[in-house]
Design a binder for this molecule. Structure first.
Ligand SMILES: [Zn+2]
Length: 226
């Protein structure tokens, strides 16, 4: 085996021993059950590791990641994760997490051709096309990050519109959908304040969060023009 891979296995042994020493019985407790409160739907980017960013241990965060944190109504992978998280694990929060300078979002914005993933990124291009007039109106060097945030809002809205979440709300189950963005430059998560706890809150929450994102980029454009 290559030295690099052996290092990973060695490091895993060290981590498991350290964790068990710090919290005796940690793994045997997890074996019996997992009770995460949160479902994280994030980008596959290696710089955005879900558990580490929010300092949660194994068993505390249910995670689905794909390129550019997309929630597609026909993606059985994402929908299956959501269904298990909501129906079986009864997570209380679903957090769609984008990040600044996302390579997938950049490729979608600029029509970059990279291969099979181009087809997946069509979903982000739909977001771009939907908001293209506004995106064209802001500084070119702000557009990637602005589209990262618009994408979070649109994907959070998609999450709200899945049968999984709609059915949970219809039966009175407590599930709140959120949209966050992670700053690669400072390591901080920001709440974009699309916070939806019931079907009838979605339209207003989306519009409010969208206006807030737009206002922030418009202010940045005005102050940079001063
Ligand atoms: Zn990304």
């Amino acid at each position: 085996m290559s030295t690099e891979l052996q290092e990973l296995l060695d490091s895993n042994k060290h981590w498991a021993a350290e964790t068990e020493a710090r919290e005796p019985g940690f793994f045997s407790r997890l074996l019996k059950q997992q009770t995460p409160q949160y479902l994280w739907i994030g980008c596959a980017d290696s710089r955005v590791p879900a558990n580490e960013l929010v300092n949660l241990l194994p068993g505390e965060l249910f995670v689905h990641r794909n390129v550019a944190n997309v929630v597609v109504h026909s993606d059985l992978n994402c929908l299956s994760v959501m269904q298990f998280a909501v129906d079986a694990l009864k997570v209380k929060h679903i957090i769609v997490v984008g990040h600044s300078n996302c390579g997938g979002v950049r490729a979608a914005l600029l029509d970059m051709r990279t291969g099979l993933v181009d087809n997946w990124l069509r979903h982000v291009q739909d977001v771009r096309n939907h908001h293209h007039e506004w995106l064209d109106s802001i500084d070119a060097n702000q557009r990637v990050n602005a589209l990262c945030e618009l994408n979070v809002l649109e994907q959070a809205r998609n999450a709200c519109q899945t049968t999984v979440v709609q059915d949970a709300w219809a039966r009175g189950q407590e599930v709140v959908v959120h949209g966050w963005v992670y700053g690669l430059h400072n390591g901080l998560l920001e709440d974009l304040r699309i916070t939806v706890a019931a079907a009838d809150q979605l339209a207003a929450a989306f519009q409010k969060a969208l206006s807030a994102v737009k206002a922030r980029y418009e202010r940045a454009r005005i102050s940079s023009a001063d």
